[in-house]
Design a protein around this ligand. Structure first.
Ligand code: PRP
Length: 182
């Protein structure tokens, strides 16, 4: 994938490191859910790769669902808001739900999404994130299952994009400054 790799400063998390971490996260989740059925929600598009690898490591029954949301950002209406571009296809009332995200950054998207989903009265609602950038947080959101806490660098790959590119890289890499400061 040389056409993408030329723009990568360095590999932050290798394919192997990610796979090992996902096994550990899947075990933690297995211990928590103890065989109960869970609705696993993939937040499009960045989470697709993580979602698909995580789901295949889980030792309890899950159903899949998908949402596509965009945050109105910081200056939004009271408490922040989220635009639902594609909603869930199932009713989550009384279901155990896990939101699967690639990255938790400012928390604006997830904070608003959680407010929306809580109003649907799931039996439980948890957040599972591969990457967490705690120093960027603007809203009080914590993931229940976290892969890696990372510093504030521009990361792409393993689902994460810059201008919709780089999602197909099998690892998480730091993008060269020259790419986004052009
Ligand atoms: C990313 C990520 C979260 C959100 C987190 O999605 O998947 O949904 O940003 O950022 P926040 O904590 O600052 O709200 P993005 O909007 O980049 O869309 P994508 O998944 O389609 O790439």
């Amino acid at each position: 994938m040389k056409f993408l790799e030329d723009n990568i400063e360095r590999v932050l998390l290798s394919k192997e490191e990610i796979a090992d971490k996902i096994s550990v996260m899947a075990q933690e989740m297995g211990a928590y859910y103890q065989g109960r059925e869970v609705v696993l929600v993939c937040i499009l598009k960045g989470s697709v790769t993580f979602f698909s690898d995580l789901a295949r490591e889980l030792s309890f029954p899950v159903t899949y669902d998908f949402m596509c949301v965009s945050s109105y950002g910081n200056g939004a209406v009271s408490g922040g808001s989220v635009r639902i571009n594609k909603d869930l296809s199932v009713d989550i009332t009384d279901k155990h739900v896990v939101i699967v995200e690639d990255i938790l950054d400012t928390g604006n998207t997830l904070f608003a999404l959680f407010e929306q989903l809580k109003s649907r009265r799931p039996a439980s609602l948890k957040l599972c994130c591969l990457l967490d950038k705690p120093e960027r947080r603007q809203k009080p959101v914590e993931a229940d299952f976290v892969g890696f806490c990372i510093s504030d660098e521009f990361v792409v790959g393993y689902g994460l994009d810059y201008g919709e590119q780089y999602r197909q890289l099998p690892y998480v890499g730091v993008l060269k400054r020259s790419v986004y400061e052009k």
